[in-house]
Design a protein around this ligand. Structure first.
Ligand code: GMT
Length: 377
């Protein structure tokens, strides 16, 4: 198949999923064309089946805001026509699904029919999408897609709850490449972070409000009072400065390291004992899956799709959003007993294996085929 993929090229979860999916599809013999405004962060190698088409955004003096959706639609028309694509797969509804709809209409005037698959990732539904400023466009473009997928059962439900959708939405969860995400031997790094063999807690995110990263600091304050421990905060974003400030106020700075954005996240996860993800809303929680694949159990909130990933008392624990006391108590419970910790680590990996790329890739391939068959019928 010749597949066009549209996504945000950044480190955000939807961009990571889209890029990893594209790479895997290319590895399986499909020709994959990424159409984005800059090279996707994880698309950093050559493959004969991978192509990258840059959407260049014009900065004409008349525009206060560049009309990205229009230039993306134009680029889609161009790439679909000249590369003879079979299908377009857009990740994150805003504005990719509506740009794809516009491109589809334009292509129809050339007698080209291009099926569009839209994957809903999370905040395109739960936060931004349901805002009235976007809602009519999001509703329309989901309904106009030839196939729609959501990354969790909870997101599927939320989409039907918040929008008038008359399309079937298929759940295809996030996935992990266990060849990349697995426990690495990083003793040297571990010793540098925790010289007295303290346990290591970790949080990775884009530090947006929705992640409640300051709750991580509050939980850690309580944990380190009971158990010698260190905290790694990985990533960057608006709440990072608040987390740094809070660490100072709580006088725990010497035990908290802010590492900023990191590429080799699996190497850092490999030294960790516990992952914290206290999000306000989380459609799936790819970051937690990455941790579990590296044998790191999870303390999470029970928001969104997190209960579909983190199994209460098995791979970690879930608490109500904002209940930092409960999260700290559960974290201490896991960390205080080395045998218990080892059992949680093992079960985290066992559960992560269910989301291995090799299980999820064929589901996407089959879904594309079904959409193609239905539109050709
Ligand atoms: O909110 C983010 O962290 C980024 C966002 C995105 O769409 O880029 O991530 C969402 O998509 C990921 C991949 O499907 C999911 O694993 C995340 O749970 C989801 N984030 C939220 O729902 C907040």
């Amino acid at each position: 198949m010749k597949i066009g993929i549209v996504c945000y090229p950044t480190f955000g979860g939807s961009g990571v999923v889209a890029t990893e999916l594209g790479k895997a599809l290319a590895g399986n013999g499909h020709q994959v064309h990424f159409i984005t405004y800059s090279q996707p962060a994880r698309l950093d190698f050559f493959s004969e089946n991978l192509f990258y088409h840059e959407v260049s955004v014009l900065n004409y003096p008349l525009f206060d805001h560049s009309p990205y959706e229009a230039v993306l639609a134009s680029k889609l028309v161009d790439v679909v026509r000249f590369e003879k694509l079979d299908i377009l797969h857009v990740h994150y509804a805003i504005p990719h699904a509506s740009a794809a709809f516009m491109a589809k209409q334009i292509l129809a005037t050339y007698g080209i029919h291009i099926p569009v698959v839209t994957t809903l990732h999370g905040t395109d539904i739960t936060l931004i999408g349901k805002d009235l400023t976007f809602k009519p466009v999001v509703t329309f473009s989901i309904n106009q897609s030839d196939g729609v997928t959501a990354v969790s059962e909870d997101l599927r439900k939320a989409t039907y709850e918040h929008f008038e959708i008359h399309k079937e939405i298929k759940v295809i969860p996030n996935f992990i490449d266990l060849n990349r995400f697995s426990l690495k031997k990083k003793d040297h790094f571990k010793k540098a972070i925790a010289p007295l063999n303290e346990v290591i807690l970790i949080h990775t995110s884009n530090f947006r409000k929705v992640k409640r990263a300051t709750d991580v600091i509050k939980v850690f304050k309580k944990v380190q009072e009971k158990i010698p421990s260190k905290l790694l905060m990985v990533g960057d974003g608006p709440d990072r400065v608040n987390c740094e400030q809070l660490s100072r106020e709580l006088e725990i700075c010497e035990n908290v390291r802010f590492l900023g954005k990191q590429d080799a996240i699996e190497e850092i996860l490999s030294v960790a004992d516990l992952f914290l993800i206290p999000s306000q809303s989380e459609s799936f929680g790819l970051a937690a899956l990455e941790a579990m694949a590296c044998k790191v159990p999870v303390i999470s909130s029970n928001a969104g799709g997190l209960p579909e990933l983190n199994v209460q008392g098995v791979t970690g624990f879930l608490s109500e959003v904002g209940d930092v006391d409960d999260m700290a108590e559960k974290a201490i419970h896991i960390l205080e007993d080395p045998e218990r910790l080892a059992a949680f680590k093992e079960r985290a990996l066992q559960h992560a294996m269910k989301f291995d790329l090799s299980n999820i890739l064929p589901v996407y391939e089959q879904f594309y085929q079904e959409v193609l068959d239905a539109t050709l019928a």
